[in-house]
Write a protein that binds this ligand. Structure first.
Ligand code: NAD
Length: 538
């Protein structure tokens, strides 16, 4: 459904995108720093979405019939194709999402390469499984293996902030597990996801198994209703709730990766400069538009002044500019009108007593918001009540770690959190008490790049897990197949009870639950006696 991305020579007309049957209004590839539209894409309407699902459904059984190793080879070929075209893909992401090239190369391209490598290695092992024993009353007679079968067709709805990595990292395990995938990327970054389909075509993935359909929330809602077998949604809480409700009505599973207002706790013993530099980078990279970035910082009182001073220095030093400009560290906001939301959150805090402790310089224009550090913030202000999806950071002084934990957990969100300290034991003790999908010590964000670590949120930040074995589990039906452990010992506890069965249960109870070694040994002896008695009878 997509064609090779061609950047039109400057001054030429906007390149025509692919045409879907029954197209709705187009979506645009647009440079957020300049507003230049460099490509238009037809949106898929309900009929086009249904057609995509039908194609996927048609192609999926043959894909599922391939061995996990054969499918992993396709994933490996995707990785090779991405490696070959890495600079082109990163340049496109930089142009469409406005992020500095190093971010596009690192957080989108490299992390996807890592992820593909992990999936290609881990998925066949996970899918192969094997026999193992069972627990409980039938442990001596039975064994089990968990058969993993694909779900069928999985719909993937993605946001614009990591416009390549997020849809790709959903699609890779989905495909490796024998499913078909349909990606509906954000209407703000259509091209960065469309290239995923091209790369899979280069990897010789059979037609129909990975399709990218374009459009806004209306197309997304059509995909949710189109008869897919599962939805994977990444985006804001409001749309996530609608997707969850639509999935519940159809009784299909969905995973939700939603917003966050992640807390960072800086303990009094932290290396303050390291913490300030780390939090400045994790908060302000990608122009503060990272779901899993620290968005509320609580600092223990003894470290507060030094931390604010170090953080102020770090914020003032940030270089803001178009992503394509080599010196830029913080790019433009991707969505039009995002600046007014961030500005309103900042103004709300300032009008109610907060102070702008530091601000970076930023170019004029609707798409740039200067990285801003706020102090004197209280829990009632919008910056603490809502997710701030831009370069705005409130820092709060707290009496001690207890207060920091209480206030950190007060948010409705729980995506990730971080603790900054030189005392590793204390860091772990605090980490264990934070309500978050992941907690990092002396780091933030990094978990997203760890392909083997389960990732997801709690509370309003979502449900389900991506990445790691937990993520693979979410891409399959798991069917335990139970069989006899020994082919010669088949009889179960069928009717025709007699004293032998009663004795058998009693013996098992003593072996499994006896409180002393003597009790357990007598149970074992009873079991052996029964087995021999039965053998003599037969
Ligand atoms: P959004 O919710 O506006 O849009 C996300 C996607 O959902 C887009 O593709 C959009 O077209 C689609 N959509 C919108 N309404 C829909 C509907 N009713 N039915 C189906 N699809 C619909 O979010 P956004 O502005 O693109 O992304 C920013 C949000 O995403 C932030 O809240 C951020 O924290 C969150 N996010 C979360 C994660 C995570 O891993 N938890 C990762 C990235 C972004």
């Amino acid at each position: 459904m997509t064609s090779t991305i061609v950047t039109p020579p400057s001054g030429s007309a906007v390149a025509a995108g692919p045409t879907h049957a029954g197209a709705r209004r187009p979506v645009e590839s647009r440079d957020p720093a300049t507003g230049e539209v460099f490509r238009r894409w037809d949106s898929a309407d309900e009929a086009a979405v249904a057609m995509a699902v039908a194609r996927a459904r048609n192609a999926q059984p043959q894909w599922a019939a391939r061995s996990p190793e054969e499918r992993a080879e396709v994933i490996e070929r995707f990785r090779a194709a991405l490696f070959r075209r890495r600079e082109e893909v990163a340049a496109l992401i930089t142009r469409e999402a406005g992020k500095p090239l190093v971010d596009a190369l690192g957080a989108d391209v490299t992390v996807t390469l890592d992820f593909a490598a992990w999936v290609a290695g881990a998925a066949p092992r996970f899918l192969r499984g094997g026999w193992r024993g069972v627990a409980g009353l039938t442990m001596w007679r039975k064994r089990v293996r968990v058969e993993r079968s694909p779900l069928g067709v999985v719909g993937i709805i993605a946001p614009w902030n990591y416009p390549f990595f997020l849809p790709a990292s959903c699609a890779l395990p989905v495909l490796a597990c024998g499913n078909a995938a349909i990606i509906k990327p954000s209407e703000f970054t259509p091209g960065s996801a469309a290239i995923i389909e091209e790369l899979f075509r280069e990897a010789s993935l059979p037609d129909g198994l990975l399709q990218v359909i374009q459009g806004d929330g209306v197309t997304g809602a059509a995909l949710v209703r189109a008869g897919v077998d599962k939805m994977m949604f990444t985006g804001g809480e409001a749309a996530g709730r609608k997707v969850a409700i639509a999935c519940a009505e159809q009784l299909i599973p969905c995973s939700l990766e939603l917003g966050g207002s992640d807390a960072a706790i800086v303990l009094a013993d932290a290396d303050v400069r390291y913490a300030a530099d780390g939090l400045a980078w994790t908060r302000f990279s990608n122009a503060g538009q990272t779901c899993v970035a620290p968005k509320r910082i609580f600092v223990e009182a003894p470290a507060y002044d030094a931390f604010v001073a170090a953080m102020s220095r770090a914020v003032r030093a940030l270089k803001v500019g178009p992503g394509a400009q080599e010196s830029s560290e913080v790019g433009p906001l991707i969505r039009p009108h995002a600046k007014s939301t961030i500005a309103a959150q900042c103004e709300d805090a300032v009008s109610r007593g907060a102070t702008i402790a530091a601000q970076a310089d930023a170019p004029a224009g609707d798409c740039f918001f200067p990285p801003t550090l706020l102090t004197g913030v209280d829990d009632t202000m919008r910056v603490l009540q809502e997710e701030t999806f831009g370069p705005l950071l409130p820092v709060m002084k707290v009496r001690d770690a207890e207060e920091a934990i209480t206030r950190a957990n007060r948010s409705e969100f729980g995506l990730s959190a971080s603790v900054w300290t030189t005392d590793r034991a204390r860091g772990l003790a605090v980490a264990k008490r934070l309500q978050a999908g992941t907690v990092l010590i002396n780091d933030a964000i990094a978990v997203v790049g760890m392909a083997d670590v389960p990732y997801g949120g709690v509370k309003s930040s979502g449900m389900g897990r991506m990445h790691g074995i937990a993520g693979l589990e979410d891409c399959v039906h798991s069917t335990p197949v139970v069989d006899d452990r020994f082919a010669t010992w088949r009889q179960a506890w069928w009717f025709g009870y007699g004293p032998r069965h009663v004795e058998g249960v009693r013996a098992f109870q003593r072996v499994a639950h006896g409180r002393t070694i003597g009790e357990r040994l007598s149970g074992l002896a009873g079991t052996v006696r029964l087995v021999f008695a039965r053998k003599r009878q037969s």
